[in-house]
Ligand binder design. Structure first.
Ligand code: CA
Length: 226
């Protein structure tokens, strides 16, 4: 396994690289944003470790560039800061894990192992069914490029149907996956919500995506059997 470490503090970089090499990993080292990007662009690493505060351009910018090119490589962020807002932004930009400085090398090595064990990650945060787009991170829904506002339950229902386009889900399955145990509502709740969803997702558009299969349930997109 070959990894890239981008860290400008020479001492930290040296110690981290040594700890990883002791675990038999091959470690390439860069000390600023531009050279980190050059290396990440030139070679498909098995894992990348990024410091956030870097000369040249920031680790956050480097993270975005790497993700544009490579959706799969696991990325671990090192940071001196502990700002939740920033962490959230970096997770959205494609970070897989975080370690706040100062950290113990044993913890770093363990996190690296866990990330490598997971292997290349399919990070499709956007589900697409025809011209419908569902961003599972931001929970934004668009159809034909137009933003559609959904209530939380409408969103949950749509996301569930979109996890497996073409499949037909029974009302019982939908209730079990979209509502929680506290649900004691109407038995026709699914039909009610599908109607709401249709009015937003399908009614304004010529092609209809939500399908009713009589006596069975509902599905999204073309039927798998067709
Ligand atoms: Ca730094």
């Amino acid at each position: 396994m070959r990894m890239l470490l981008v860290e400008d503090e020479a001492k930290v970089s040296e110690l981290v690289a040594r700890a990883l090499r002791a675990e038999r990993y091959a470690v390439d080292v860069a000390a600023d944003g531009p050279s980190g990007w050059e290396m990440a662009d030139a070679f498909n690493y098995d894992l990348i470790i990024l410091d956030l505060m870097l000369p040249g351009f920031s680790g956050a910018e480097l993270l975005r560039r790497i993700r544009r090119k490579n959706q799969q490589v696991p990325i671990l962020i090192l940071t001196a800061r502990d700002a939740t807002v920033e962490k959230v932004a970096n997770f959205e930009a494609g970070a897989d894990d975080y370690l706040t400085k100062p950290f113990a090398f044993a913890e770093l090595v363990m996190r690296v192992k866990v990330l490598l064990r997971r292997g290349p990650i399919t990070r499709a945060s956007v589900l697409r069914v025809a011209d419908l787009e569902i961003d599972r991170l931001t929970q934004q829904v668009k159809r034909a490029g137009r933003r559609i506002e959904l209530t939380p339950k409408e969103y949950a229902l749509l996301e569930y149907l979109a996890t497996n386009p073409g499949r037909v889900f029974s009302r019982t399955m939908i209730i079990e996956h979209v509502w929680d145990q506290s649900f004691e509502g109407l038995t026709n709740i699914v039909d009610v919500y599908v109607r709401h969803l249709r009015s937003k997702i399908d009614d304004p558009f010529p092609a209809k995506l939500i399908r009713t299969v009589r006596g069975v349930g509902y599905g999204l997109g073309q039927s798998a059997e067709a």
